[in-house]
Design a protein around this ligand. Structure first.
Ligand code: ADP
Ligand code: MG
Length: 614
């Protein structure tokens, strides 16, 4: 074998390993949305763990110290490396993911990455300090000829890449992958469809870590050793650049990004024999990565291969004229809407049916303060089953905060909340949502880069392929037809069938609100909390939305609605609570409230209300 053959095999090996690294980063960033700026740390941990599993104990060599030295062969050393990386990622996720905002999380991860590298460099007994570990023997290295071993290692790396690609593709296109992307877009929304976003996020993070550990382990088995200098934070930057270039959230994006940036630009430089010294090489590489990021963000911010919409069969044209007609008919008519029937037909796993309390929601003495100011200041409220309960009150009177507490978005409040006789005080959103106590938000929340249909399908419960093993090995594709068919029926009912393939982000304000209700409906709600469902809805669409809300009530769903427009409240609600300064100051029908002095004064003192209407 000539020098060029060795060079090409090396290029093949590194190409596969680089692609593995970008793929793992994409599982974290493209799937669950963690900008892991300590990513290279995970690759390094995989490499070192593999190394110390492979080599003999340090004792017999003078001035060389490291932990471990198990003398294990392949594949145990590599598997150990992957396991340690996943364990480290688990540790990292439990420390860093807790209640950290997106931008802070990135900062924390950068700092942790730096800190660990410093520790590894200066605490010489962990991985032998700056000198690092040498003398790792690759699999079959002693029994194969040098050229055969190069071929073997390249094929091993390519095989690992192929396996990870299949694995990635299975997960990414499964219902689990859909939830992953949901987490990336809006964690709270994922919780409010009854899934645990924190668990999903950790899961995606750990899958990415496994891929990183695999890449690191392969590297060290090929090179035979490594030192801290090879894992500088700038390496993460190149991986980020590769993924942004290729396009996140898609296997093609990760592979193309890795190939174009890391192979053509970075490795290709040495093929052209550019006069660059090994010392300045990393500087040039980061410069190229930086220029690549800027260029791609300018010309094609989605990357060369942007993420695609989920495809459901049969695929439909998003601008189907007859469907638009049908939608208009549905929205214009009072009938032809069978949500009530749809909900009644479903055997509900309803807490309300298991318990015989008359009240759907009971709140007692609820207090929630923000920085010493009580947003909700001692609210006690009983909402009967099947009621359509309105909450009105001036801006800032604590209406949204009350709904936040009931739904679990805010958990550190005083007092108690019961749902169907069950104490749900302090429960997290996803557990409360699972019971069928669902909510919408004051500003409508949808998964913007998903189609309308996906936005409804994602919420359907008990879908095969949401669990990890099912997603990888299960036959979820055929089982999808149930939830998809139901979601399509709902879209028809809500007059959105012509928009089923449109991105949620493209919908009008009214359509967004309707889609939110369709999403609630597929989850078989027992009770819904609607925070200003008419906000952003045009006057024409108001009547349509009103009808949809009435049919929710007809279906036996308990509805709590915060709303400003009193004529809508009067039309829809059978009982109304008036909030002012964190308290319920009056309760009753609109008729009763009109003659209530406290209500009048609360409204007369506030801007934006037409007090004459009271
Ligand atoms: P409403 O929905 O009735 O308009 P909110 O519940 O949104 O009222 O707000 C009630 C009060 O609590 C307001 O004074 C608001 O500024 C305050 N508040 C609400 N959320 C927060 C928060 N996350 N941090 C600090 N203050 C908040
Ligand atoms: Mg509000």
């Amino acid at each position: 074998m000539g020098a060029l053959d060795y060079f090409l095999l090396t290029l093949l090996f590194f190409g596969a390993v680089n692609a593995l690294q970008v793929l793992g980063f994409d599982m974290q960033f493209g799937q669950v949305g963690v900008v892991n700026l300590a990513y290279i740390l995970l690759v390094a941990i995989g490499a070192y763990a593999t190394a110390i599993a492979s080599v003999q104990p340090a004792g017999h060599i003078i001035a060389v110290t490291y932990i471990g030295g198990f003398g294990w062969g392949f594949p145990w050393n590599l598997l150990f490396g992957i396991a340690v990386t996943v364990a480290a990622a688990f540790l990292l996720s439990t420390i860093a993911f807790r209640r950290l905002r997106y931008d802070y999380l990135a900062l924390v991860l950068v700092s942790v990455g730096e800190a660990v590298l410093l520790l590894a460099t200066n605490q010489t007994n962990i991985v032998n300090g700056e000198t690092g570990i040498v003398g790792v023997t690759g699999p079959l290295q002693n029994s194969l000829s040098n050229s055969a071993w190069y071929i073997f290692m390249s094929l091993l790396a390519v095989a690992a890449l192929v396996v990870m690609c299949i694995f990635y593709w299975r997960v990414e296109s499964s219902p689990l992958g859909r939830l992953f992307k949901g987490v990336r877009e809006d964690e709270l929304l994922v919780d409010s469809i009854g899934r645990n976003s924190a668990r999903l996020k950790s899961m995606g993070f750990l899958l990415g870590a496994a891929c990183a550990g695999l890449a690191g382990g392969l590297l060290v088995l090929f090179i035979g050793g490594w030192s801290v200098g090879g894992w500088q934070p700038g390496e993460t930057f190149i991986i980020v650049a590769a993924l942004i270039l290729g396009g996140r959230g898609r296997i093609t994006g990760a592979l193309v990004g890795a190939f174009v940036l890391m192979e053509l630009f970075l490795q290709g430089g040495s093929l052209l024999k550019l006069p660059v010294s090994p010392v300045t090489l990393p500087v040039y590489q980061q410069l190229i990565a930086g220029i690549a990021i800027l260029a791609i963000l300018w010309w094609r911010p989605q990357g060369l291969f942007p993420e695609k919409k989920e495809k459901f069969l049969p695929s439909l044209n998003s601008r189907d004229v007859s469907k638009e007609k049908a939608d208009q008919n549905v929205l214009a008519s009072d009938e032809g809407y069978d949500l009530a029937q749809e909900l009644k037909n479903i055997e509900k796993v309803s807490v309300l049916e298991n318990l015989d309390g008359q009240m759907a929601i009971e709140i007692s003495n609820l207090v929630k303060s923000y920085g010493g100011v009580a947003a909700v200041n001692g609210v006690s409220l009983s909402i009967p089953r099947g009621a359509f309960y309105g909450i009105i009150g001036p801006n800032g009177s604590g209406k949204s905060t009350l709904v936040d507490c009931i739904s679990g978005v805010v958990r550190d409040y005083e007092g108690s909340v019961q749902f169907g006789g069950m104490d749900i005080t302090g429960w997290p959103v996803h557990k409360i949502s699972k019971l069928g106590l669902l909510r919408t938000f004051q500003t409508s929340r949808l998964f913007g880069p998903m189609s309308s249909l996906s936005n409804v399908v994602i919420a359907a419960h008990d879908q095969p392929g949401e669990k990890f093993l099912q997603a990888v090995f299960g036959k979820w594709r055929t089982a999808q037809s149930g939830p998809v068919a139901r979601a399509r029926e709902l879209l028809v009912s809500y007059g959105l069938s012509s928009r089923e393939n449109a991105y949620a982000a493209e919908l009008s304000g009214g359509q967004r609100r309707l889609l939110e209700l369709a999403r609630l409906s597929i989850m078989h709600p027992v009770a819904v909390l609607l925070d200003e469902p008419f906000a952003g809805v045009s006057p024409i669409q108001r009547a349509q939305l009103t009808r949809r809300l009435m049919s929710l009530k007809d279906a036996g769903v308990t509805v709590v609605m915060i709303e400003h427009r009193l004529e809508l409240v009067e039309q829809l609600c059978d009982r109304i609570g008036v909030m002012a300064e964190g308290r319920i100051i009056a309760e009753g029908t609109m008729e009763e409230l009109r003659s209530d002095k406290a209500v009048l004064s609360a409204y007369l003192g506030s801007v934006g209300y037409d007090e004459a209407r009271m």
